[in-house]
Design a protein around this ligand. Structure first.
Ligand SMILES: [Fe+2]
Length: 258
């Protein structure tokens, strides 16, 4: 069974890095990417500015025009603040200019819902939005956090609209679309990871993403790119039927272009 699963994954993710991009087949129809980890040294994404530039060159080549990158804010592992993120993105912007890479980039954040985040909300601290008042949030992959719906409510009380990052990755919600319907009916937006549709996180997550696509639950899609391996999968997707699945869905990314 495991070898079957392995073969399935390998086949899904097979990339031919030498194959040139076909004209008109790229991610330019999305325009903007709104979930990634390109600020070096402050989370589990880019480690160095060279990593950042390599990934951003790949994004540009694949057709993206605008990037809203979203460093983790997670107290135990990545205790970022508006200051660390603002300082970090300035370095990336300067490096893009120095290296003549024409790409618009700015920073928001991916906030992890836990007691620390609740404390930020209690203190009425400003959050870094992806767009207008829309703020990207994630939570534990292991269990439903007890404060999940309270966090959503408190964000809205503070004037923010939560974007739930990669709902398809929360395995404990698989087969429980009602949870997402409830989030949507409470005004949340949903963001799909492109890598999920490629099967990068496994077959169960891919099926969950396809189900949420069928049900029209998503608003945005994002690369959630952390490294060049992710860039390779995104490139390989352009040669697969998954590309058309994305192309045929009315994602709202284009409105994020700047
Ligand atoms: Fe992320």
């Amino acid at each position: 069974m495991f070898s079957k699963l392995f073969n399935w994954k390998k086949k899904e993710l097979e990339a031919d890095e030498n194959q040139p991009l076909r004209p008109g087949v790229d991610w330019s129809f999305l325009g903007a990417d709104m979930h990634s980890h390109f600020v070096p040294g402050i989370d589990d994404g880019a480690k160095t500015i060279e990593d950042s530039l390599n990934m951003l060159r790949a994004m540009k080549e694949m057709g993206y025009k605008s990037i809203i990158t979203t460093p983790h804010v997670m107290i135990d592992f990545y205790p970022n603040t508006t200051q660390t993120i603002t300082e970090g993105i300035k370095k990336v912007q300067d490096a893009l200019v120095e290296n003549n890479i024409e790409l618009n980039i700015k920073a928001a954040a991916e906030y992890y819902i836990d007691e620390y985040f609740m404390e930020i909300l209690r203190k009425n601290e400003s959050l870094l939005p992806v767009h207008n008042n829309e703020v990207l949030v994630e939570f534990s992959m292991m269990y439903e956090p007890p404060m999940l719906f309270d966090a959503i409510y408190q964000m809205q009380q503070a004037g923010y609209k939560p974007i739930i990052a990669h709902p398809e990755r929360y395995v404990f919600f698989h087969g429980k679309t009602a949870k997402f319907s409830e989030m949507k009916s409470r005004g949340c937006l949903m963001q799909m990871n492109l890598l999920a549709i490629a099967g990068y996180y496994g077959k169960g997550v891919k099926m969950a993403a396809e189900d949420l696509i069928k049900k029209g639950m998503y608003d945005y899609c994002g690369s959630d790119m952390h490294n060049m391996k992710h860039a390779g999968v995104l490139r390989a997707m352009m040669q697969s039927k998954d590309y058309h699945t994305i192309r045929n869905y009315p994602f709202l990314n284009a409105r994020l272009c700047f």
